[in-house]
Write a protein that binds this ligand. Structure first.
Ligand code: H2U
Ligand code: ZN
Length: 342
């Protein structure tokens, strides 16, 4: 089932959405836009960076001189604590107030580093902080979204390595959809959707980018973005709060290898939006499986990205490069970061 040379559609079982795959378009002439590549000449500390240790942020607060990670309340958070509570089930003008918090998490005190350049100890510290934040916020909120926007092309506003954490009581659309689909699969088959999927991918191997005792990285069969990957826990766990020391250390390895491979595809700091999908805190059931999505926009080079426009906006996602070809490129990419050979 690995050679798809014909136009076809694939279904994403986590969302129920379909993706149009057109492998024959891969060789067409390309005159798309290019963007300039950000240079690699950042300093280890930037006096004007609001995320560097010891610097002053937009709200006048001074960051501590931190050694591994640092978390602070987003000074411009999209979610805040609301005093009013109002909702309307009007079929055309439905709305509801929602409360929450937004935090920013610095991954390293070193301004010029990115996740693939951190040591396994430093990456484990990032995972420890994700876990602590999750456990703290889960006491108050139903939905905790941990994510990273990397690279200016993804709208990331600061080069300093960082991610964000948003917590709220409504279920976001993606979490709600994945909850429904995973629950329905479990009801029908008596097993977790992602547990079954991971086993099938481990057997087929063609889309596997990396696997260790606790984690699997694949280009999912239904990938929409060119080099999209899915990082799945091979253990029966629903959220990041449950990770054991061994699961955290093997996760550090999986994150390091995946992000180094990404950087090596086009010899650049590979932009993406990534994020964890934890079960809603009020339904931590075996149907849900902890996983993370990586959505990188690059298609052909460090500057040519995939645009989700036209048919994607009006119809459904479409791709030329098959998931299997993208997986082969990631499989072939070195696990030694390209900057080390400079
Ligand atoms: P992004 O790079 O993904 O946009 O995240 C950076 C966040 O940091 C952004 O949401 C916040 C911005 O609101 N920020 C502060 O909270 N304080 C600052 O002084 C600068 C940036
Ligand atoms: Zn900085």
């Amino acid at each position: 089932m690995d050679t798809f040379e014909f136009t076809h559609r694939r279904r994403n079982p986590l969302t129920g959405k379909w993706i149009l795959v057109s492998p024959h378009r891969n060789n067409r002439p390309w005159l798309g836009a290019t963007e300039s590549v950000a240079n690699d000449t950042l300093a280890a500390h930037d006096p004007s960076c609001p995320l560097c240790p010891g610097n002053t942020r937009a709200n006048g607060e001074v960051n501590p001189v931190y050694s591994y990670t640092h978390v602070f309340k987003n000074d411009f958070g999209a979610l805040t604590q609301q005093e009013v509570s109002e909702e309307a089930n009007d079929p055309l003008f439905a709305h509801e107030t929602t409360s929450g918090e937004c935090r920013v998490m610095c991954f390293s005190p070193e301004h010029h580093k990115t996740l693939p350049e951190l040591s396994l100890t430093e990456l484990t510290a990032v995972i420890d902080t994700w876990q602590q934040q999750y456990l703290e916020l889960a006491m108050q909120y139903k939905c905790i979204q941990i994510f990273e926007n990397k690279g200016a092309i993804m709208g990331c506003s600061q080069p300093h390595p960082h991610g964000q954490i948003w917590a709220h009581n409504h279920l976001s659309t993606e979490i709600s959809t994945e909850d429904t689909e995973q629950r329905a699969y479990f009801q029908q088959h008596g097993r977790s959707l992602l547990a079954d999927y991971a086993q099938r991918e481990l057997t087929q191997k063609s889309r596997v980018v990396f696997a260790n005792a606790h984690w699997l990285v694949v280009v999912p069969f239904w990938a929409a973005w060119p080099f999209e990957t899915l990082l799945i826990s091979l253990d029966d766990i629903q959220h990041i709060g449950q990770l054991s020391q061994e699961q955290k250390e093997t996760l550090a390895e999986a994150l390091q290898i995946l992000t180094i491979k990404y950087d090596n595809v086009f010899n650049c700091s590979f932009p993406y939006s990534m994020g964890w999908h934890n079960a809603p805190t009020d339904s931590e059931q075996p149907y849900w499986r902890l996983h993370a999505h990586f959505y990188p926009p690059l298609l052909r080079s460090a500057t040519v990205k995939k645009h989700m426009v036209g048919y994607e906006m009006l119809g459904e996602s479409q791709r030329d490069l098959t998931a299997e070809t993208a997986a082969q490129i990631l499989q072939a990419a070195s696990v030694e970061h390209y900057k080390k050979n400079k």
